[in-house]
Structures are given as structure tokens and as C-alpha cells.
Ligand binder design. Structure first.
Ligand code: NAI
Length: 329
């Protein structure tokens, strides 16, 4: 079975080649992002493997189906970029990697929180310039602070556990509260209480119509002055212009982002010799109290190994006419 792998990078190839040694699938690596213009590259491939920035809307699904594709293997947990009802209508099988390393994302979230708090990003640059002054680097003890975790699934639960370990009080909000979190000492509260009572707020829900722009101007207005907001979920969980307004007004004290609503145009490529055309993103980069990473929270050896193993298992199951259990349709 030929499989067209869109949006591949050197690191994908290394991990997938290793995982494929025992399986011998026909992997066709492509640099191109999957879009209406590139869908034809998959012609003749029974399966397509796609990542988070690949476009899987109705027009692309139609083009893939017309070219003979029957299965789409997402090498991600998130699937908000796939038109699943349309995939169902076309009779396509779509599978994902529901969990690969929630630790990777949770630990990166905490790295952002600690870096922002103790200004590690600024201290690193300063010390290299021979500037050993401490002004502007004042942080706060995490111990005793209140953290609000929105979404206590696989990732949010680990974030909550780490923050409890620091001595934080952890508030949480989830449509399906978890007994395991309650047993650890997490206190479930209405969303507005997360906004009004937290010193640090971190988002771990999927992107759905209900969670789109969960943090908007109204939510920011309810938050404690100087609040820290961290988003390693999906870019559109927050309204970025509202965050910028909150930063300019000094209401938001720290902002950490691993995801951005328009990140497809920016992330996973070297644009260091280009002029950034996205003015909203460019404005974010001007704040000393904003730390942006380019969707790297998942990026650990353990996670890449698990992604490649589970994705190839999903593909092999399809080829053998079995269900892997990771199908969305
Ligand atoms: P999960 O499915 O285990 O947990 C999600 C939690 O959100 C569930 O407990 C669910 O009940 C809750 N939830 C859903 N809708 C909600 C709502 N409207 N209000 C409150 N809670 C709601 O997912 P997991 O593995 O913890 O991942 C969370 C998200 O993290 C993914 O959907 C993905 O978008 C993002 N992610 C980001 C990565 C990165 O590299 N930055 C990598 C992997 C995932």
C-alpha cells in the first residue's frame, strides 16, 4: 500500500523509517503541505498521512478520494482540521494518534510557565551580553499561588499534578470532571471562577465550536490583574487581538503560547530571512512578557517514537482490513 506523507521534515522521516523497519510499508515522503493545490501528489496512494497544518476540508477530501485515497492517517491527536462529516460521506477511514506523550506537552507547558515567571528568556539574552543586572527579572514563588487548568484530560491532568507538586492550589474546569484529579486535590469550579481566582491559567481542551475563543476580551476583563495565560492547546482557543489589548493595558502580566490561530503560515519553517507579514503575530513578539514557541510542545523523542509506531499500526490495520480502535470514522 502506497502512503503519501505530507508535510514531512527530517525528524519525521528518521522516526518513521525506524518504525517501518519491521513493517515494510511503502512510505512516500513529501515536503509539501496538503492543500487543494498539492492533493494531486497523492494520486494512486491508498492512504495519506497528514499533520496538524495539512488542509483536510471538503475540497481536499474530494480531490484525495478522486485520486484513489481510501484512508487518512493523522499523525496528531487533534483533528479539528478535518471535515469529518464529509470524510464519512465519502466513505474515507480517518484514524489519529489519540495519545502519544501527554508528558511532552504537559512538561512544555510548565517550562513556559517557569520561563515566563523567572524571565529565563530575558536572562539568557542579558547574560550573554554581559548584562548581569537583575532589574526587570523579578518573579514569584509558584508555591502558594492559584493555578487554573481548563481541560483536565490526559495533558491537563499531568499539568495539574506537576503544579500541585510545586505547592500550587489547582482549580480546574472541565465538562467531564475527573475523579483522579479530585483525588489529587484538584478543585473543580465554574469557568468564571477559573478566570477570577487564578494567578496562572493554562488551556488543555480540544478546539471545538464551544471552546473557540474561550479566552476573549470578556474573559480577560474577569481575570486578576497581572494574570499569566498559557496556551499549548490550539491557537483559536484564544482571541489573539484581545490578548494583545490585555497585554497593552497591563491586565495580562505574562503570556505563553505554543500555538497560534494562523500558525499554518508561519510554524515549522525557517522564515528568519523573510519579513513576517502577519501583523498580529509580529506585535506579539514585541512584548517582553510574551514567550512564543512554534508548536513544539509535542516534540520529544518519546512522543515522536510513539507517533510513528501508532500511525503505522493504524495504516497496517487498514491495509489488513482491521480496525485499530483509533478511527474517527
Ligand atoms: P483529552 O481529550 O485527553 O482531554 C481534553 C479534555 O478537555 C477532556 O477532559 C474534555 O472533557 C475537556 N473538554 C472538552 N471540551 C471542553 C469544554 N468545552 N470545556 C471544558 N473542558 C472541555 O486531550 P489531551 O490529550 O489532553 O489534549 C488536549 C489538547 O491539547 C488536544 O485537543 C490538542 O488540541 C492539544 N495538543 C497540543 C499539542 C502541542 O504540541 N501543542 C500536542 C498534543 C495535543
Amino acid at each position: 500500500m502506497r502512503i503519501a506523507f505530507f508535510s514531512t521534515h527530517g525528524f519525521d522521516r528518521a522516526f518513521f523509517d525506524e518504525a517501518n523497519l519491521a513493517r515494510g510499508l511503502d512510505l512516500q515522503y513529501l515536503d509539501a503541505r496538503l492543500t487543494p493545490a498539492t492533493a494531486a501528489l497523492a494520486r494512486g496512494c491508498r492512504a495519506v498521512c497528514a499533520f496538524v497544518h495539512d488542509q483536510l476540508d471538503a475540497s481536499v477530501l474530494d480531490a484525495l478520494r478522486a485520486g484513489g485515497t481510501e484512508m487518512i492517517a493523522l499523525r496528531s491527536a487533534g483533528f479539528n482540521h478535518v471535515d469529518l462529516p464529509h470524510a464519512r460521506e465519502l466513505g474515507l477511514t480517518v484514524a489519529r494518534v489519540p495519545a502519544y506523550s501527554p508528558h511532552a506537552v504537559a512538561e512544555h507547558t510548565v517550562a513556559l510557565i517557569l520561563s515566563l515567571n523567572r524571565k529565563i528568556h530575558r536572562a539568557y539574552a542579558r547574560v550573554r551580553e554581559g548584562n548581569f543586572a537583575l532589574d526587570g527579572l523579578l518573579g514569584f514563588d509558584m508555591c502558594g499561588r492559584t493555578a487554573g487548568v481548563v481541560g483536565t484530560g490526559k495533558i491537563g491532568t499531568i499539568v495539574a499534578r506537576i503544579l500541585l507538586g510545586f505547592g500550587c492550589r489547582v482549580l480546574a474546569h472541565d465538562v467531564a470532571p475527573s475523579d483522579a484529579c479530585r483525588a489529587m486535590g484538584v478543585e473543580y469550579v465554574p469557568l468564571d471562577d477559573v478566570w477570577t481566582r487564578s494567578d496562572v491559567i493554562t488551556l488543555h481542551t480540544p478546539l471545538t465550536p464551544e471552546t473557540r475563543h474561550l479566552i476573549d476580551a470578556a474573559a480577560i476583563a474577569r481575570m486578576r490583574p497581572g494574570v499569566m495565560i498559557v496556551n499549548t492547546g490550539r491557537g483559536a482557543l484564544v482571541d489573539t487581538p484581545a490578548l494583545i489589548a490585555g497585554l497593552k493595558a497591563g491586565r495580562i502580566g505574562h503570556l505563553g503560547l505554543d500555538v497560534y490561530e494562523e500558525e499554518e503560515q508561519l510554524f515549522f519553517q525557517d522564515l528568519s530571512s523573510h519579513v513576517i507579514q502577519d501583523d498580529v503575530f509580529a506585535r506579539l513578539l514585541t512584548f517582553p512578557n510574551v514567550l512564543v514557541t512554534a508548536h513544539q510542545a509535542f516534540f520529544t523523542q518519546e512522543a515522536l517514537r510513539a507517533i510513528s509506531e501508532i500511525t503505522l499500526d493504524n495504516l497496517a490495520a487498514f491495509e489488513q482490513g482491521r480496525r485499530s480502535g483509533n478511527e474517527l470514522c
